[in-house]
Design a binder for this molecule. Structure first.
Ligand SMILES: Nc1ncnc2c1ncn2[C@@H]1O[C@H](COP(=O)(O)OP(=O)(O)O)[C@@H](O)[C@H]1O
Ligand SMILES: [Mg+2]
Length: 230
């Protein structure tokens, strides 16, 4: 129900030059919900996710977060919102190779002007929850793909965000590792009451979500309405 939406896109459109990527898409997510976005490659999933997360602004349409219009905020306010309310997990972790695991997880807190000691303590407690306590001093290049994605999850959750956006977080992992990473992300998000929006190709990933939608040609379709899910 729209009235209960924590995050909502209404009729949004986004093109790259003459290439339309998202075409009049509408989507809403309630607080605490785990939503999977599926759909073929090139259908507009990443662009839609970036619009929902305030990384891109749509060319037309509206994005609302927590009762406030988001797409009309200026860049500084949108990046402030991203830093304080959102967490991100991407396909290739996007960890900072020059930093240790602990430093990577502490980074969003330090960007929020937390004290170094507090930031490192909170990072360490998240590393523990993700079974990474022993790897805190390592550099990220020394991690396996699954370990790197667990670090990315810790970094996404450390600021206690309202929403975590994940774009194919298991796309570069073998299926067993991917399943484990997804279980951790969804399990911890549920414990923390964090809303998750995850783009995925993997039906098993989507199976762990509360709800799934399918993006086709830049439009969001309800799989139940279209018979994609029986
Ligand atoms: N930076 C870009 N420049 C030009 N076209 C792009 C760019 N990023 C994506 N596109 C195009 O926009 C469409 C949607 O892309 P994307 O949102 O990445 O889809 P998906 O995540 O579902 O694979 C595709 O046709 C893609 O080629
Ligand atoms: Mg994509």
């Amino acid at each position: 129900m729209i009235a209960d939406a924590l995050l909502r896109a209404e009729n949004i459109t986004r093109s790259y030059g003459n290439t339309p990527a998202v075409r009049a898409a509408s989507l809403s997510v309630t607080a605490g919900e785990v939503l999977a976005i599926m759909g073929p490659s090139g259908s507009g999933k990443s662009t839609l996710l970036h619009c929902l997360a305030g990384i891109f602004t749509p060319d037309s349409g509206e994005v609302w977060f927590d009762g406030r219009r988001m797409d009309t905020l200026d860049d500084a306010r949108r990046s402030e919102l991203r830093r304080t309310a959102f967490g991100f997990v991407f396909q290739f972790g996007q960890l900072v190779p020059e930093l240790t695991v602990t430093e990577n997880v502490a980074l969003p807190l330090l960007l929020g002007r937390a004290k170094r000691k507090d930031a490192h303590a909170r990072a360490a407690s998240w590393l523990e929850r993700l079974d990474l306590a022993k790897l805190g001093g390592r550099h990220t290049g020394e991690l396996s793909g699954g370990q790197a994605q667990r670090v990315a999850i810790a970094r996404a959750l450390v600021t206690r965000p309202r929403v975590v956006f994940a774009d194919e977080p298991t796309g570069a992992l073998d299926s067993l590792t991917g399943e484990h990473v997804m279980e951790l992300l969804v399990g911890l998000a549920r414990e923390e009451g964090v809303t998750v929006i995850v783009v995925t190709h993997d039906a098993r990933v989507a199976a762990g979500a509360d709800r799934e939608v399918v993006v086709r040609d830049g439009k969001v379709t309800d799989p139940y309405a279209t018979g994609i899910v029986r």
